[in-house]
Write a protein that binds this ligand. Structure first.
Ligand code: CP
Length: 319
């Protein structure tokens, strides 16, 4: 967040995390996944507020499941409906109130910069904020669970070939995944999308100073045989400035069963979900399909993160 005075426990952008911090979360996630019952009371007496301005199934409910499995409790809202935001209450005042009620806040909000603003407000009360997704900017906890899943199947986070396909421009999960992976040395990225949905210029500029090698590929067929990971995203219809563009490109970037027959046995197919039509249901039965296991890993990764953030003393979490 480029603000060294703020509590380091806020989790707003993965680009602000050190490689060591991400590795610590990966290690702790393995511990929790292998021995879940050892962590039943770690957050007993603590409250997590879930403040979601946008729809969510996985992020909101996996955070809730994570907190409950750690012995804590949750409160919050899943849309503006029924809250005083409908009466015009600001993000800043809403966060001020939640900081009085809870020990940690998870925020999902459609606007860029919303996470930073919330962190600055909650910081005054010593309450950490975790972004559950801010506009098309970042989704840091999705990247943590994605990176854990890649590590789980490939046992390494460098020397990999990743295909990223779909809506690369408006997908916050793609931005966060690439910022996160860029901390782990050399990986080759093949971007496959409609030209109007390619990676954001700001992201490409930032990544040009890292060891990630990014190549544009015209089609999945051209690269599928070489890939270790295929990461697919849906078109973010709600973020398209022009509905005509959505109609023009929808359905153009789909995984086909016959393409996967060309892939390596240890390819893993990932998707942050929800999917629309970019991965047909027939792909689910292939051994390479890992997106539901990936989503399940979200519970363990978020348990590791909550444990670290809520039990650590102020300032220390990101190392
Ligand atoms: N991957 C993800 O963020 O899913 P939700 O929108 O359902 O939380």
């Amino acid at each position: 967040m480029n603000d060294s005075n703020l509590d380091k426990r806020h989790i707003i952008r993965i680009r602000d995390m050190s490689e060591e911090f991400i590795q610590t979360i990966i290690d702790e996630t393995y511990q929790i996944k292998n021995h879940p019952n050892d962590f039943n009371d770690v957050l007993k007496g603590k409250i997590l507020a879930l403040a979601f301005w946008e729809p969510s199934t996985r992020t909101r409910l996996s955070f809730e499941s994570a907190m409950l499995r750690l012995g804590g409790q949750t409160m919050g809202f899943s849309s503006q409906s029924g809250t005083s935001i409908e009466k015009g209450e600001s993000l800043s005042d809403t966060i001020t109130m939640l900081a009085s009620y809870a020990h940690c806040i998870v925020l999902r909000h459609p606007k860029r910069g919303s996470g930073v603003l919330a962190a600055k407000v909650a910081d005054k009360y010593g309450v950490p904020v975790i972004s559950g997704g801010s506009g098309s900017q970042e989704h840091p906890t999705q990247a943590l669970l994605d990176i854990f899943t890649i590590h789980e199947y490939h046992k390494r986070l460098s020397g990999l070939k990743l295909g990223i396909m779909g809506d690369l421009r408006y997908s916050r999960t793609i931005s966060s995944l690439l910022y996160g992976l860029s901390k782990f040395g050399k990986n080759e990225i093949y971007s496959i999308s409609h030209p109007s949905l390619g990676l954001q210029e700001e992201l490409l500029f930032d990544l040009s100073e890292t060891q990630l090698e990014i190549t544009t590929s015209a089609s999945l067929t051209d690269v599928i045989a070489d890939l270790d990971v295929l990461y697919v995203t849906r078109l973010q219809k709600e973020r398209f400035p022009d509905p005509m563009l959505y109609n023009k490109v929808k359905g153009a970037y789909q995984v086909q069963l016959e393409m996967i027959r060309l892939a390596k046995d240890d390819l893993i197919i990932m998707h942050p979900l929800p999917r629309v039509d970019e991965i047909p249901y027939g792909v689910d039965r292939l051994p390479q399909a890992k997106y539901f296991e990936q989503a399940k890993n979200g519970v363990y990764t978020r348990m590791a993160l909550l444990k670290r953030i809520i039990t650590d003393s102020k300032q220390k979490a990101r190392g």
